[in-house]
Design a protein around this ligand. Structure first.
Ligand code: SAH
Ligand code: SF4
Length: 339
């Protein structure tokens, strides 16, 4: 029998669910802790619930798990985890250790992606389906299980396969579980949601949840952005910047801008200067990501000297800038290579 997974229920719906099953309301809190703090895999392990309660739960729900199908380790320490979902679909997560001790897990929010960015490997799969809350959180649980307690994940970025703000409800409810003190108990500033620029959703999201935001800008003119990212026909660069200025005023966080540098396409000196102008008045951080090539896409990587030039220029304009070293490239775990 295929019972629904209890991990797909938003935390705030659990109390109503358990009372409808005849359990006491406070059991919801206990269940949250068992699922997301103690990470049990069966209701039987929820030992502070009565035998009867555990049985009723097991008759109505399962505790869904993702099946880890493959772990690949890159030379730089990055690990890619491939999972098989209940319906046979595959997703990937990437674990990225940093020299400063942070351990970041990049998780997927959809199988494939509908946004159609022309430089992205996930886009080539098309959109297959949204992930459920249990599948989003399951990536973290299974990666921690597989790597043992020695490597507790410190940061979560929703930057894997998919556009998080398309799968809005499951992403919001998952982030709530990450923040909940009874569950993952993560701090807000350790969670970052990256969007390709769905501005109306970003606005709503940023008012609902106080976690960090990253915007994949990737161009400085609408002409180029239209070609790279079809979403730009709905929300132009001006729309993005208007939102960012307003966000910058009300949020304590710096906004992250991701800029995939594609040789000869969006990496001219003019682009560099326009980028600085666009960001004026915004508390911003820029991640320059050299385009990661993949079979079937003939965009070029930027020149090393161009990258350095951009880095120096942005830094000289007091914009905090990182060159996102392409991690895990030998295992196709780098940005935009998940498929
Ligand atoms: N859909 C969201 C999050 C997932 S994509 C978004 O677009 O923001 C995560 C990041 O990878 C984005 O900043 C995207 O611009 C970048 N990316 C996609 N394909 C890439 C590639 N081939 N090389 C380098 N970065 C890429
Ligand atoms: Fe989707 Fe992000 Fe890839 Fe664009 S870059 S296709 S939004 S995953």
């Amino acid at each position: 029998m295929n019972l629904p997974s209890i991990t797909d229920l938003p935390i705030e719906r659990l109390a109503a669910t358990v009372t409808s099953l005849g359990l006491k309301k406070f059991a919801a809190s206990q269940i949250v802790t068992w699922l997301y703090k103690n990470r049990v895999t069966s209701f039987d392990e929820m030992t502070n619930l009565s035998k009867g309660a555990r049985q009723v739960l097991a008759e109505n729900y399962s505790i869904g798990r993702l099946k880890l199908s493959k772990v690949q380790k890159a030379e730089d320490g990055t690990k890619k985890f491939a999972f098989v979902l209940k319906d046979g679909k595959k997703i990937e997560s990437v674990l990225i250790p940093s020299p400063d001790g942070r351990i970041t897990l990049c998780i997927s929010t959809e199988v494939g992606c509908a946004m159609g960015c022309t430089f992205c490997r996930t886009a080539k799969m098309g959109f297959i389906r949204d992930l459920t809350q249990g599948e989003i959180l399951g990536q973290i649980i299974e990666v921690e299980r597989a790597t043992g307690h020695g490597s507790r994940i410190t940061n979560i970025v929703l930057m894997g396969m998919g556009e998080p703000l398309v799968n809005y409800d499951a992403v919001v409810s998952s982030v709530k579980v990450l923040l909940d003190a009874r569950a993952f108990n993560m701090s807000k500033r350790r969670i970052t949601v990256s969007t390709s620029g769905l501005i109306s959703q970003a606005e709503r999201f940023s008012k609902e949840l106080d976690v960090k935001l990253a915007i994949s800008l990737n161009a400085t003119t609408d002409e180029v952005r239209d070609k790279l990212m079809p979403v730009n026909r709905r929300f132009t660069i001006a729309d993005i910047m208007k939102f960012c200025r307003e966000y910058s005023k009300r949020s304590k966080y710096r906004l992250t801008f991701e800029y995939v540098m594609i040789g000869g396409l969006n990496d001219s000196a003019g682009d560099m200067k326009r980028l600085v102008k666009l960001l004026s008045g915004i508390r911003a951080k820029v991640n320059l990501i050299p385009f990661n090539p993949f079979p079937g896409c003939d965009y070029k990587m930027p020149q090393e000297t161009t990258l350095k030039e951009w880095y120096n220029y942005l830094t000289s304009k007091s914009i905090q800038t990182n060159i996102r070293v392409s991690r895990g490239q030998d295992i196709l775990a780098a940005c935009g290579q998940l498929a």
